[in-house]
Structures are given as C-alpha cells and as structure tokens.
Design a protein around this ligand. Sequence first.
Ligand code: ATP
Ligand code: ZN
Length: 293
Amino acid sequence: MSTVQGRLRIAVQKSGRLADRSLDLIRDAGLKWVKGHNDLLYRVENYPIDLLRVRDDDIPTFVADGVCDLGIVGENVLEEGRNGGANASVVMPLGFGRCTLKIATPPTLAYDGPASLDGLRIATSYPKILRRFLDERGVKAEIVVMRGAVEVAPRLKLAAAICDLVSTGATLEANGLGAKDTVLESQAVLIQSPVAPEPGLQHLLDSIIERMSGVVSSQGAKYVMLNAPRASLDQITAILPGAGSPTVMPLMGRDDAVAVHAVCQEAVFWETLEKLKAAGASAILVLPIEKMM
Ligand code: ATP
Ligand code: ZN
C-alpha cells in the first residue's frame, strides 16, 4: 500500500537540521504547497503528492514499509535503522547535512587507534554502526546507548570514550574531548521505497527523482563563457574545473581566437579565473545555472 488515494508521499524531517534544506530541494523540483493547519501533512497543490513531516528516525521505516514512496534522511540514520527486512534504497546523495560519526576521547585516554578501545565502555546513539566498526577491527568493547548529550559521558565516568556526530568539532572541544577515528561519513540522501507506487503514479515518481537529480547536479555548477586564442585552447580547457567537452565557436572576423562555453561541475574560484587569464583568455563570464536536465 504505497500510496493513498492516488497520491505519492515524500517523508521529510519535520524540524531540525535537515528540515529546511529538504523542503528547498522539493520546492526547487517544482512542487508547490501552502502550509495548512495540518502539521503532519503538507498537500502539494500542483501534483498528487503529499509531504509527510516526521522525526528523521522514522523516515527509513516509513519508506521501507511503503508508507512513503521517497524520503530524505541522513546516511547515519539510514544505516543505524537497517534491519533484516526489506530496506529503502539510496537514490542519490544530496550534498547537504554533512557530518561525521567519530570516536572521541578525553586527553587522559592514550589513544592509538581502535585497538585502544579494547575492554572499555563507549557511549553512543549509534550502537549498530559502532558495533560493526568494532567487530570489523576485532575490538571487544561495551557499548552504552545514550539518546542525547553523549559528549558528557566521559566526564560523568559513564564511559571512557564516545562515538558521536561531529560537524565543526566545537561541542567536543567544549567538553574537553578530541576527535579520533572516523566511523562513518554522512550526508542527506534521497531514499526510495522497495514497494512500487500505483502504476498510474510511476511516471510522476520517476520525473520527481529526475528533477531532484537535476537540482542537485546544478548546485555549485557554473556556466563559463570566454574568448581564447586558438593556440592556447587545450591549456584553457584543461584549467576549466570539471568541464567535460566545452563548446568551441568561431569569433566573427577573427581566425586566431574562438569563443568557449562550458558547464563547470565544480566551483569556479578567482584563482581559476586568474589562471585562465594568464593562459590568454579574455571576456570571461561566470554565470549561475538555474536548472539542468
Ligand atoms: P528529530 O527530532 O527529527 O529526531 P534529531 O534531533 O534526531 O531530530 P537533528 O539534530 O535535526 O536530528 O539532525 C538531523 C540530521 O542532521 C542528523 O541525523 C545528521 O544526519 C545531520 N547532521 C548534520 N550535522 C550534524 C551535527 N553537527 N550533529 C548532528 N547531526 C548532524
Ligand atoms: Zn532524530
């Protein structure tokens, strides 16, 4: 029962670190809704789609069970929620919500790799991911599960070390802990249900995925236009970051120079422009890309 009364459902975090960026992505894919009094469900006006707003921890289950067709969730939550049954599959990474699950220790613990954790207690909200990390390295340690404030565990003598999400490291530092080995690199991902939607909605589902993929790949991408001496064309195209094969066009009344247009998949920095100029490029324009398909 993937869909209700002929509508697709997308699960997003209701509030928290992924909430705004998830809605931005859906909006950029062309879906429109008005925030109604129904807090749990946003009704999309221009397509038969509902957005289900829930706690991030529930998203993998909703998608795996077919309650929702798509979902946006952190890889950390997806990995921790995996069980023996049918799972949601990852469609694509979305490039936001980046964080790292790391081992962190107080200065009093001599840490020289995961083996140093042997026989100790480690506090975490991610017991399954941590257990797998330790098992793969043959480390025997006791795991204490904490739902929040994991970073205080060493001070309370609850655990000798912790395994927690880190983005800047400021929280760890404030608690006198140092980040050590990486257990998991995470970002938000689009996940899809193993349960197919009603046949009539498959096309819409495919098109939403394709649009989201276009939004994600156009993020950070730039359209670069410049004039280049024919002689330095190879050198100039080699400088353009992630450009594939650029379009090269003649310039009216000039045999020695051409116009080059390229989609650059990577960031174009001032340094790149300076290098292009040094290689003989002129009239360099860098434009944002709104949509890409
Ligand atoms: P919910 O109420 O939905 O359960 P939560 O408190 O579990 O929310 P948030 O703190 O909003 O979750 O984090 C959601 C996700 O954001 C995390 O699971 C992770 O994928 C990502 N994230 C990015 N940076 C960080 C960070 N510094 N700390 C924690 N999570 C981060
Ligand atoms: Zn959560």
